[in-house]
Design a protein around this ligand. Sequence first.
Ligand SMILES: Nc1ncnc2c1ncn2[C@@H]1O[C@H](COP(=O)(O)OP(=O)(O)O)[C@@H](O)[C@H]1O
Ligand SMILES: [Mg+2]
Length: 390
Amino acid sequence: MKALMISRDSLLHAEVAAQGSARMPAMQLVASRNGLRDAVERQLPEMPDLVIVDASDAAPDETELLERLGKLYSSSSFMLLTREPQQDLLIRAMRAGMREVLQLPLVHSAFHEAMSRIEVATGVSQTRDGKVLAFISCKGGSGATFLSTNFGYALAALADKKVLLIDLHGQFGDATLYVSDQKPTMTLSDICAQISRMDGSFLDSCLVHVASNFGVLAAADDPNHAVDMKPEHMDAILRVARQHYDFIVLDVGRQIDAISLRALDQADTIHPVLQLALPDIRDGRRLLDIFRSLGYPSDRTRLIVNRYEKGGKLRLMDLEQALGADVVHTVPNDYLSATDSVNQGIPVLQLSRSSAVARSLAELVELVTARRVSESKGLFDRLFGRHDND
Ligand SMILES: Nc1ncnc2c1ncn2[C@@H]1O[C@H](COP(=O)(O)OP(=O)(O)O)[C@@H](O)[C@H]1O
Ligand SMILES: [Mg+2]
């Protein structure tokens, strides 16, 4: 987005330029004018997408220039900055069609929120309407972290979706390690401590980027920080995340606390992960009972059986009967590929593309994105490099 900045304040100019260039897509100050009169007298040959007007030191007889400016740049968006929002100024700004008025000194979060609104209004960035998918482990070791992280990567890699994974473990979260060797510089609790800065670019800057369209927000790693986290923070994070990502995958772990509960409340689907074994089924039952007592509709819960092997004593049917819920997907037991991937911190899709578990993840991507068969071929082609038409 190209912007014209009208201000006599060089510090403010630099501040806006820095904030703008950190955005995605970046907002560039392509020209500047020294006050309102200069702006009206020297019109830019090309309409900028945005005109940022600092009206702090506008003399009373200059405010009418706002309206002239509005006419000169009739197809641009406007952002008005002012130290003292006097009524006369605001009324003129409204008449000129300037909706975004920010008070100085600049509050960065307010600036970015206004920028996001302008981007949506001008169609520069379509706000996404991200879906929240929670993976929850019925029993420790069922594979919720392995599946959620690798599924997140698969969604990004195979379906071209923009994906965020949030590790909601209260303690000892390890999701980042499953798919990356980078050390997170920011965690969920750090974000909660700075929640007033929350917007798309701040969230993005806190992630470990596994791929350009797949980022992981690490779990709170310091138990002392955990006390600062409030369920309302989760609301703010998910609200912003839904605007900026197609899918938000949650690795919930076994312990449900106030934070993860708030996230589960907002999840579009919840995927309890369990293995076909009695202890898992017992714990799965308890979990589904909790969901029922919380009033979650039963079709929100989608069971995934991990490390599935056909021909065992227990059948899928037995599990479905015991839990009173359908299994939507099974992931085969693939010890070598899973262990290699986890040990190296490389997504299994990247490390062993043709492994049974990678294929199963691709199927899950199809299921979740509800791709039609013709489209899903493309997906498999990409995964396995097939070019035939069967
Ligand atoms: N489909 C699978 N086949 C073989 N091993 C698996 C599979 N899924 C997960 N694992 C292994 O199980 C271990 C525990 O998984 P993890 O995701 O950490 O469980 P949870 O998060 O539910 O406690 C991982 O180290 C991984 O290697
Ligand atoms: Mg885990």
